[in-house]
Ligand binder design. Sequence first.
Ligand code: HAM
Length: 423
Amino acid sequence: MAKPTYQRPRGTYDIIPPDYETWRWLIETFERNSLNAGYARISTPVFESEQLYTRSVGDDTEVVTKEMYAFEDRSGNRLSLRPEGTAGIVRAYIENGLSNRPKPVKLYKIEPMFRYDRPQAGRYRQFYQAGVEVFGSAEPLIDAQVIALAARFLRQIGVDFSLQINSIGSAASRKTYIAKLRDYFQPHLKKLPELAQAQLASNPLRILDSKDKSLQKLIEGAPQIIDYLDKASAQAFQQVLEHLDHFGIEYDLNTRLVRGLDYYTGTLFEFWGSHQGMQNAIGGGGRYDGLVEQLGGRATPAAGFDLGLERLIAELQKKPSQIPTQKPQVYLVSIGDDAKAQAFLVEQQLLDAGISTVCELTRKNLADQLARAAKLGVEYALIIGKKELIDQTVIIKEMASSNQEVMPTAKLAAEMARRFSVT
Ligand code: HAM
């Protein structure tokens, strides 16, 4: 096939039928779980001021330094496509006065994100995240509840995962730890890649998150943050783990986990899929008790997570399909042109009544049309021939039993709605 004139941008993809069925199922399942747990949906713009991200995600993180789709608009405003969703939701929380609502304020979102990442399997430049944010409670129970929501969803859709968990403690304990890290990396300064050298000066924690292979050995030997937690942070983290034990959620204590975004405080976690490793994190999150204040709001503890939908779909593709597909409920069979016109009218009446209906522009014979109805998996074939047209009736054929009955056309839609319990 000749190359088409226009192609999608690198790192993006089209979702073509029937693939959206999987997406719809994931989104609906996530949505149902979130609503059940008392979360309300929020949606924020796809672009925000660039500064919102440099200040929250952090201006020396890889996400900001290498991956932002930042641009200037025609009025000279510096904007960026969102590389992640938490900063925008915090902005919206402050701007819309959501802090005045009863706490905790529980929000969920399902939105596209944009990162100028090197495209590869499971890594895209436009990708979808589904996640939650909870504002207004510092209780360790919240951390565990948020993790449990993600874990329940992953279990429901049948994705195998391991939960990796760590704590980076309060700002004070992090300060002591960062000083230790600086002492550890300093003697190796000359050998460090340029970015790591800059990070050593600005925030050595970032070095631990480096994807650079040449650094991995050095990173492995680095001091561990868990040994530098202050008493309150250590106690809070202990409680999170106890709640998880109580809920029966297994976890791996991963003292190397720092995550690539600056706003975290306390608990951090990632869900890893069956390809273990940071690149294959199917989701991540944690506490960010300082971010609301940092972005101009009142001091508000918060926690949340996001799951990468493409990575979940990749995990699901490794297993036999268990994704329910939407089937039409009835198929309209017609014989002859006049009956066809009547069938299209009946199709409109059935659609008005909320019945999922197929009526095709085919001139195939009765047997072929019935075969097509069987293939689509409908419960009823509704047959209109010459006689039915004159009598203003329809033959209802139940596909499973092959039983047939005759129904006045005027009563059909109501009868089908009753049988399919459409209200
Ligand atoms: P994150 O770890 O940067 O966290 O992203 C969450 C998930 O998004 C990742 O685990 C991964 O599954 C998916 N993801 C990230 N980058 C890509 C990519 N280029 N292509 C495909 N999938 C990707 C956050 O974004 C935080 N907002 C999570 C959070 C919410 N923390 C607190 N609240």
